[in-house]
Design a protein around this ligand. Sequence first.
Ligand code: 5AD
Ligand code: SF4
Length: 420
Amino acid sequence: MNVYDGWRIASLLEHHGFVRTDAIPDADIIILNTCAVRAKATDKVFSALGRIRRAKKPNALFGIVGCVARESGADAFRRIPDLNFVLGPQSYHKLPQILENPDSRLLNIDLGGLEKFDELPQMERSPRVAYIPIQEGCNHVCTYCIVPYTRGREISRSFESVMAETLHAAKTGAIEICFLGQNVNGYKFIDENGTLYRLSDLIRETAKIPEIMRIRFTSSYPTEMTDDLIDMFSIEPKLLPFLNMPIQSGSQNILTRMNRPYSLELYTDIIRKLKIARPDIQISSDFIVGFPGETDSDFEQTMEIAKQIKYINSYSFKYSPRPHTAAALMQDQIPENIKAARLAKLDTYLNEVQREFNEGCIDKTLSCLLEGTDKTGRHLVYRTPFMQQCIVEYRDNAPELTDIKITAANKASLRGKFID
Ligand code: 5AD
Ligand code: SF4
């Protein structure tokens, strides 16, 4: 979501005549787009702000946008007095106000919902993978999560507005569409005639666009994985055989304390149905270890579910207490060393499974989408349908979407060669 917001902000500034630079001392405006989901991310923002203010031109405009802006509000001005603007994730379209009035200070952390989508100019060129937000905010209110506070209650964009942006992306360079939302599969829009549109309708409509060859969506909440959406995996070949559906914990007791009231049976049943719909589907998860009250036995149940599902491409985190959340006030917080040991154990296992999966791809031919070159410029980086990185020898005019034969693998990436 932040990558998308970053593009929109960059494109807004380009409309105002700005050009990009990587050098802070050259910049006339510097914007830090921020994430507040874990304390570490927030802390990094304030240390980066300190570095930037020392390196920037004295009169350069300087501000933060995103979830840390929303969380800190006016306090950010107190901590970093030379900040010019603090704009929340749903008010960065107000940025032109500070361009018109550079000597003022601008604070706007309102939850304006979808206003920004209508106010921002369309991007001139789409990246090959176009992220398209279809809903913002979240109504689930997991007890550890700051998102319902920073991005507000859940709201879905209109079907028409999503499809207009998708079509525009397709006509200006997109090959893959990734629909985004904190609770993406909860997308629901009812038009003036009372017609209900769901994520499955967006997928069906997007698949008709000839330029679009791959479709995916993230992140999914288990109980919103309805049959119409599961069916899409068997009906629509452009939908990639890969799904991020975070379980967070394998302990029923911890899930209840997290306010994620689904049963493990329901979760595994969805995966069973998905495998029937698309036998090669792979699942990715997010995990939180060391949630307040998590016992050794609770954690072992997380290891068990990981062993059962064999997730690929997952993310795991130590629980981080966040302001405005219920779990931060729970009494039985877990000591840091226990969290670290549990994370190391889970990560070791997840990496092992990823390596096995990657090695299983050797000698297979996968359809891959070009991402760019590696740091050396001597290789091309492609993405497989399972979101693995695949490294190929550089060649000029390389195809954007092509079959690649996998020749080698490790836990982080694949190597491959063009078929011809
Ligand atoms: N501590 C640790 N991880 C968190 N996440 C969200 N809130 C927290 C927190 N307080 C993780 C969840 C979520 C991902 C985006 O970030 O796993 O799925
Ligand atoms: Fe946060 Fe996701 Fe839970 Fe919503 S479903 S509250 S975004 S963790």
